[in-house]
Design a protein around this ligand. Structure first.
Ligand code: MG
Length: 393
């Protein structure tokens, strides 16, 4: 081993949501760079055996189980000696605020990530953010807390935009080109989309991800949420953030400047790259991820998104424009509708129907607190369930 990395103290990392797709890939990054990264705390919602296996491998000092139904799983007796176990929904926030943690990767799924992200920023730690819902729902609360360089986006597009902005003057930004693979149903009409099933929607052409985000990628809600995420993260008007279909997922996003120059971020479709950059910034470290050989890539194709067929993209645009508490309603209703679709209780095109009905029933308010957002999120979920019952019945 060279002396350079070994001499510096290791960055102490906590991973919230360590058993999901992003969490396990983050553990892989920590394995690759064990001389620079020390995993000290982990949380999982319900998959306690995977949590215990990771806790033992990395010898962590703190773990949290956020689903109380799994707080007494027998496997937890196999945690390494001296490892403290915390349980319940708020346990992840307590891990985020631990003294001996430098960086927290928030990779939990859905609106549940907001409170943890808030806790990380409030504690003055680096936030590696893989939970886009935190910003979609609570961007108005989070961004004022984030110092420059404190919030590192892990979402591949936003990690790309962040890098395209390095060393540039944000006032010279003209347009953010947010790239989108188009998902498995690119080119289909609204009528064709009405008949698609769960298996087809889960077959993403270019990225391997968890079930919820894969469905969001098929409806293009994911891109709608990412547009709102970018609006908060980079302080840019929605009109300056354009979605462009890039089928090969090799361009991860682009930034166009006042003089017409466009800076793009390219690379393999491998989430370990943006996860690692959120830890390594401002440095760049080596990666075992595959590399793109541009001689064999052939072509890069571009298209405009079809917002009439993919209604979720249009609904997210409306929520982003209205702002305030509306994105919270969009997100909560979508989470409920996607879960129902995954369980075969409603059709694919019922997802935007449910979301739209909830947005229509909501009167926008200014975002004031996490407690207020929690109430609105709960209201939207009840409302979405009522809509689902109407559709299913
Ligand atoms: Mg993304």
């Amino acid at each position: 081993m060279g002396a350079c990395a070994g001499d510096a103290p290791r960055q102490r990392v906590a991973i919230l949501g360590c058993t999901g797709s992003i969490g396990t890939q983050a553990l892989d990054v920590c394995r690759q760079h064990a001389d620079r990264l020390q995993v000290v705390a982990l949380s999982a919602h319900a998959r306690t055996s995977e949590l215990v296996a990771a806790a033992r491998e990395f010898g962590v000092s703190h773990v949290a189980v956020t689903d109380p139904a799994h707080a007494a799983d027998p496997v937890l007796s196999e945690l390494p000696s001296g490892c403290e176990l915390d349980v319940g929904a708020a346990a992840a926030c307590r891990i985020a605020a631990l003294d001996d943690v430098d960086t927290v990767l928030v990779s939990v799924v859905g609106a549940a990530g907001l409170e943890a992200s808030h806790a990380v920023l409030a504690a003055g730690k680096r936030l590696a953010l893989a939970n886009k819902e935190s910003l979609v729902v609570g961007g108005d609360l989070l961004m004022p807390l984030a110092a420059p360089g404190q919030l590192l986006p892990v979402d591949s597009e936003h990690a790309a935009i962040f890098q395209c902005l390095l060393g540039e003057d944000a006032r010279e930004l003209h347009t953010i080109w947010l790239t989108c693979s188009g998902g498995p149903f690119f080119g289909r009409t609204a009528r064709e989309l009405a008949g698609v099933g769960v298996a087809g929607a889960l077959a993403h052409p270019t990225w391997s991800m968890g079930a919820k985000i894969t469905i969001d990628s098929a409806t293009l809600m994911n891109k709608g949420l990412e547009r709102i995420e970018a609006m908060h993260l980079f302080g840019v008007d929605l009109d300056r953030i354009q979605v462009v279909i890039q089928r090969e997922s090799k361009i991860h996003s682009m930034v166009e400047y006042a003089d017409g120059s466009v800076i793009a971020h390219l690379g393999a479709s491998d989430m370990r790259i943006p996860i690692q950059y959120a830890f390594s910034y401002p440095e760049r470290w080596s990666t075992p991820a595959p590399r793109v050989d541009f001689r064999t890539l052939g072509s890069l194709t571009f298209a405009a998104p079809d917002m009439d067929s993919f209604r979720c993209l249009a609904l997210a645009e409306e929520a982003g424009r209205v702002g305030g508490t509306m994105p919270c309603v969009l997100n909560a209703a979508n989470e409920v509708a996607v879960d129902a679709f995954l369980h075969d209780r409603v059709g694919f095109t019922d997802i935007p129907r449910v979301v739209e009905a909830c947005m229509d029933a909501h009167e926008r308010d200014q975002v004031r607190s996490i407690a207020q957002l929690r109430d609105i999120d709960a209201w939207a979920r009840v409302r979405a369930c009522e809509q689902l019952a109407r559709i299913a019945g």
